[in-house]
Design a binder for this molecule. Structure first.
Ligand code: DGT
Ligand code: CA
Length: 532
């Protein structure tokens, strides 16, 4: 905010139809309480407009003019308006402002704290559920980074096409999860939910395909599609695909892909790094899906830091239709709040033997997640490890080690015949801690050499491997396992879903993933390594 003088030209403009917009609101607030209230009103703008203003690219009157004439409420709208030169002609803006906005756009989100995927999905869920239940809503889906399954999300955007938007806006505003309505117009509503911004757009159902494609992004993917369109004499704009005299929008984005001569590209690989070319050549991979997953080989119980009893985990897993699971509690000296002692191992084995009788339709493997100690040894002696059907090894305590030493510890564990799986290899903590900076290509090589399976861990704090690393792992020839690493029965499905999303982002196919295979194949993989 610069000065009160900023407001004078703003107030000089007639405000007629902008009564729901920034301008009138600011005028009323200013008249009611002066500058301090205006500043707090700016804080209530949709976040991207606030950041644009605070980036100094525009004055308040320019911001109001852009909002009023172009209808921009987000960075995506601003980018679309700049691309279509809709800002330059505005009296309050002008071409130099368009240039300043273009320059500001890439940095607009730089200072904004990103939301971890798990939290973003949880925040969006009640909105999606409510929207899908609202009469007249054709469908409701996230767009942007949340839809693409990025591990960190900037803002939450939802598309909910409906012919009559008014009841939809009302439904969003009335939801108990809505703590404040920041902005509403005919076909948009921005609300705060647990201090995160959620934007819902309500396009006409017949034309929702264009915003669905553009707002899903990524920027790189749209740029690749644009080139593909141009090479075929068409122009892909945010408003649709211009082919000859007609603009193709479509009820969903499939229409636009089809018109471009492409299959619908899976959202998780829309990175702009080769997927459009692959699609054009019929070379898209058949990505692993949640339905391909036959079992979950990493979950915790009350024997360590899980919240639920083994039985509860088994029952929930059976309800999900899994053919097999492994109960894998933390080893004796791990930093978990509660660990599996050597005595517990026998008790747990007995309990699992009983559960196998009671739940004959699901195979229950008795496993553990054993810590890799600072010297590379494991946190149970071999005689104990041998009693498990499957052993997962993880580094929880870096012990102040640098990348080379950490890799050596991993290598020692992978060379151990009883270690079948390395869990969450980077050991990052989303969104707070970066993963280890080790030579992952070497790690994957050792995995291949030793027959060790590498995990894609779907716990929202891990999401590890992420898509990029998963892609490098399969390129190296490593076999992956996708696990939930779940500590509560009701989250088994959701966390497996996140794991599958990460794997899909890495172009992973069912053939790369051990737990898409029948139990016998999983047992064979474990046995083959143990035989060495
Ligand atoms: P985020 O929210 O920072 O995690 O990332 P996205 O991908 O959700 O991006 P967002 O919310 O700014 O905009 C949604 C989509 O709109 C984005 O994936 C592509 C399009 N878009 C946004 N900003 C720009 C831009 O500056 N240039 C272009 N070409 N497209 C944009
Ligand atoms: Ca977004």
């Amino acid at each position: 905010m610069r000065s009160e003088a900023d407001l004078e030209p703003l107030f000089a403009h007639p405000s007629n139809d902008a009564d729901r917009a920034v301008l009138t609101r600011l005028r009323q607030i200013y008249e009611a309480g002066g500058w301090v209230l205006v500043e707090s009103a700016v804080a209530d703008l949709p976040a991207d407009l606030r950041w644009l203003y605070e980036s100094d690219a525009v004055t308040l009157p320019q911001l109001a003019a852009i909002h009023k004439s172009v209808g921009a409420t987000s960075a995506a709208d601003l980018a679309a308006a700049v691309a279509e030169h809709r800002i330059g002609p505005l009296a309050d803006a002008g071409p130099e402002v368009e240039e300043r906005i273009r320059a500001a756009l890439p940095n607009l989100r730089a200072l904004v704290p990103r939301i971890a995927l798990g939290r973003a999905a949880a925040l969006a869920e009640p909105f999606l559920t409510a929207l899908r239940a609202t009469p007249g809503v054709a469908w409701a889906e996230p767009t942007g980074s949340l839809r693409r399954g990025e591990d960190m999300v900037g803002d939450i955007d939802i598309l909910a096409p409906a012919a009559d938007p008014a009841p939809v806006v009302d439904a969003v505003a009335r939801l108990p999860q809505t703590s404040r309505v920041l902005y509403r117009s005919e076909r948009r509503v921005y609300v705060l939910s647990e201090r995160a911004q959620i934007a819902v757009r309500i396009p006409e159902p017949a034309h929702a395909g264009a915003p669905q494609l553009y707002l899903t992004g990524s920027i790189g993917h749209i740029a690749s599609l644009r080139e593909h369109a141009e090479a075929r004499g068409m122009a892909l704009l945010p408003s649709g695909l211009v082919a000859g005299a007609s603009t193709i929008t479509g009820p969903t984005e499939d229409t636009i892909y089809r018109a471009l001569g492409l299959p619908c590209i899976p959202v998780e690989i829309r990175h702009g790094d080769g997927e459009v070319a692959a699609a054009a050549h019929g070379a898209l991979p058949t990505l692993v899906t949640r339905g391909d997953i036959r079992g979950d080989l990493h979950m915790h119980s009350t024997y360590s830091d899980g919240r639920d009893a083994v039985e509860t985990m088994v029952e929930a897993s059976r309800a999900l239709g899994y053919e097999y699971i492994a109960i894998t509690d933390h080893s004796q000296r791990s930093a978990a709040s509660h660990n599996l002692t050597v005595d517990d191992v026998r008790r747990q084995a007995d309990e699992i033997a009983g559960l196998r009788q009671r739940f004959p339709t699901i195979a229950i493997l008795h496993g553990c997640e054993v810590d890799i100690l600072p010297d590379g040894r494991l946190d149970f002696v071999d005689q104990v490890l041998m009693r498990f059907d499957v052993v997962l090894a993880s580094l929880h305590d870096a012990a102040g080690h640098g990348p080379d030493q950490l890799l050596k510890r991993y290598a020692a564990a992978m060379k151990h015949p009883l270690v079948s799986i390395i869990t969450h290899p980077t050991n990052r903590m989303v969104p707070h801690r970066r993963g280890y900076d080790i030579d992952y290509d070497r790690l994957f090589e050792i995995a291949v050499e030793t027959g060790t399976i590498i995990e894609v861990d779907g716990a929202p704090g891990h999401l590890d491997l992420d898509g990029a690393l998963a892609r490098r792992a399969i390129a190296a020839g490593a076999t992956l396992v996708i696990n939930s690493d779940c500590h509560r029965a009701e989250l088994l499905d959701r966390q497996m879903g996140f794991g599958v999303t990460m794997a899909r982002r890495g172009w992973v196919e069912p053939r790369h993933v051990v737990n898409t295979r029948p139990l016998e194949a999983v047992r064979d993989a474990i046995a083959a390594k143990r035989a060495h």
